[in-house]
Ligand binder design. Structure first.
Ligand SMILES: NC(=O)c1ccc[n+]([C@@H]2O[C@H](COP(=O)([O-])OP(=O)(O)OC[C@H]3O[C@@H](n4cnc5c(N)ncnc54)[C@H](OP(=O)(O)O)[C@@H]3O)[C@@H](O)[C@H]2O)c1
Length: 289
């Protein structure tokens, strides 16, 4: 591990495009040391070079991991701990959606694996570094598209799969995770909050193009200017930077204001239950709290 230099250090997942790249760029412009977690080395290197050119910040670091693959997450957490003496900010931003049910290398439905278990495992592997760097903040990027968790069939073995249903269930996991993690981190100097960044233009849904097509139709019908990732990033950066949020944890924010979470995610029993299932599905050597 390198010696501590006291410099603010952040890790942003999905930092090569859309919201993650906008967040990483804004943090780099503030002079923060930024780790970019990406799954494709080439796309990551291109993004890093662009962020460096735009901000003049040379303290940018690339970490490669497919966040649907638990062995890749373990390896990247190890690299982060070797390269960063401290970590003050973790932004779990990477997210994706699938038109059809697919399985991760560990046999888990891929949206659940990437959008919920990915941040769950990465955060738990880095939580000691965050605690040792306190005050530190974790920001989870959620969405308003939430489908109730079926705890008896999280892996979609008995229910028909659909892109929005799979995405919505996995992203509700971000809220369950935020609330339970906040409870476990009380008194450790590490806060965790979830943010809905609004609807904005991005590559979400990938080659299916579902998000893009939907947004274009919406914009045409209502003459609406689709917000940019840079606009959406301001909501996320508020949670990362605002001094008045130094002690605020376990909350769900929209545009700088608290917003209501779906009832299921407000049930502490449900939050504990998903935590236990997630622990069993990832079997990290230790989890927070
Ligand atoms: N766009 C919206 O309107 C909207 C609304 C609400 C919430 N959100 C949330 O905002 C976040 C960012 O999404 P975005 O809209 O900016 O989409 P995006 O442009 O597609 O960015 C998603 C990022 O996540 C990465 N990613 C996807 N699967 C991954 C995996 N298995 N391993 C590692 N990285 C992976 C992508 O990498 P690649 O480039 O390699 O695919 C990309 O860097 C997501 O959590 C999403 O749920 C978006």
């Amino acid at each position: 591990m390198p010696p501590t230099d006291g410099k603010r250090t952040a890790l942003v997942t999905g930092a090569n495009s859309g919201l993650g790249k906008a967040i990483a760029t804004a943090l780099a412009a503030e002079g923060t040391r930024v780790g970019l977690v990406v799954r494709d080395r080439e796309r990551g290197a291109t993004a890093l070079a662009e962020i460096r050119a735009a901000t003049g910040n040379d303290d940018l670091h690339l970490f490669i991991a497919d966040l649907s693959d638990q062995s890749a997450i373990r390896a990247v957490a190890e690299s982060v701990q070797q390269q960063f003496a401290q970590l003050h900010l973790l932004i779990n931003n990477a997210g994706t959606a699938f038109a059809e049910r697919r399985l991760s290398p560990q046999g888990i439905e891929s949206a659940l694996a990437t959008n919920h278990l990915g941040p769950f495992l990465l955060t738990n592997l880095l939580v000691d570094l965050l605690k040792a760097s306190a005050p530190a903040r974790i920001v989870n990027v959620g969405t308003r598209i939430n489908t109730a968790m079926d705890f008896d069939d999280l892996n979609w073995e008995r229910r028909p799969y659909g892109m929005m249903k799979g995405y919505g269930q996995s992203k509700l996991g971000n809220l369950h995770f935020t609330f339970e993690l906040a409870r476990r981190l009380q008194g450790n100097g590490v806060t965790v909050n979830c943010v809905f960044p609004g609807v904005f233009k991005s590559n979400l849904g990938g080659t299916d193009g579902a998000q893009g097509a939907f947004l274009k139709l919406f914009a045409r019908l209502f003459g609406w200017a689709i917000p940019s990732p840079e606009q959406a990033a301001r909501r996320v950066l508020y949670l990362a930077d605002a001094p008045e949020l130094a002690d605020v944890s376990g909350q769900y924010f929209g545009n700088r204001k608290l917003i209501p979470a779906p009832a299921q995610a407000l049930d502490p029993e449900a939050n504990r239950r998903l935590w236990q299932i997630s622990e069993a599905l990832t079997a990290p050597s230790q989890t927070a709290g």
